[in-house]
Design a binder for this molecule. Structure first.
Ligand code: UDP
Length: 259
């Protein structure tokens, strides 16, 4: 589908789109990966480049945002909030009695690049200097996407506006913002009008995975939706995150007892 085709195509209803759930005062859209990709495709190629922010919710976001009102606001005002993994699926089952499909950040990014290939202009924002360049090269090689621009993710808040304007001038359809939980969602939300791209996704380690500097969790853990077991259990750098996951489990169980 070309951008011109999609402009004349009416927006298809996405099942579940009106069906937003709330988990700890944060929104969660119970959309399948396929439906999420369709909706993002529609946003990206509309004639009006209205910016949309996308959050892939995980347990760490919920725990971390308790002490970060800006992070809460960025999630509450996001246009699409998907369940990144099994922790959120479990919480939705416990607290809302609902089965929510998973649409993890890596699968969203890969799916968009697979679906739209050469018509897609992608801005790679984040990770250490050099890594986004590598990710962009691999994305061109593997999916044939256009590189709208590249910038590393290690800059001070004082430079936010300069970077946002640089992204805004690139004409990207899709901005991958991978600067760590909270920072990336707040940046996308606060600067969305300057960033200007129709889809802005906060996507954690996805640039590292595309670059090959971080491994994707093994397929079996991804199929079962238990990537966190691999990330927290087997990746020593992430052992410090286990307490946050334990806190999340305690929060969900306490909330369940209350309701
Ligand atoms: N990152 C960044 N700028 C920062 C902090 C992190 O660009 O100030 C990048 C980091 O290099 C990695 C990604 O953000 O590519 C995710 O980082 P990490 O796994 O530490 O964060 P999390 O998403 O787990 O909070």
């Amino acid at each position: 589908m070309t951008p011109a085709d999609s402009r004349s195509t009416p927006v298809s209803p996405v099942p579940g789109a009106e069906d937003r759930l709330t988990l700890f005062d944060l929104p969660l859209d119970p959309v399948t990966l396929d439906h999420a990709l369709t909706r993002l495709g529609e946003w990206m190629f509309r004639a009006h480049r209205t910016p949309h922010t996308v959050v892939t919710l995980n347990p760490e976001f919920i725990v971390q945002s308790r002490t970060q009102p800006d992070f809460v606001r960025a999630m509450q005002e996001a246009d699409l909030v998907t369940a990144d993994g099994v922790g959120i699926v479990w919480a939705a089952r416990q607290l809302r009695g609902r089965e929510v499909p998973r649409a993890p950040g890596y699968d969203l990014v890969k799916g968009l690049m697979e679906r739209h290939g050469a018509e897609l202009r992608v801005f790679f924002l984040g990770a250490k200097p050099g890594v986004a360049e590598q990710a962009a090269q691999h994305a061109v090689r593997d999916y044939g996407v256009q590189v709208a621009g590249i910038h590393h993710g290690y800059f001070d808040q004082a430079e936010d506006q300069r970077v946002a304007e640089f992204v805004g001038a690139s004409g990207a359809h899709l901005v991958l913002t991978a600067m760590g939980a909270g920072r990336q969602e707040i940046f996308n939300h606060y600067w969305r009008q300057v960033l200007g791209a129709p889809v802005l996704i906060g996507c954690g380690g996805v640039i590292d995975v595309l670059a090959g500097t971080a491994e994707l969790a093994p397929t079996w853990t991804r199929r079962l939706g238990v990537e966190f077991l691999w990330r927290v259990g087997l990746d020593r750098k992430r052992w410090n995150r286990a307490p946050r996951l334990a806190q999340f489990v305690r929060m969900v169980l306490a909330e369940k007892r209350r309701t």
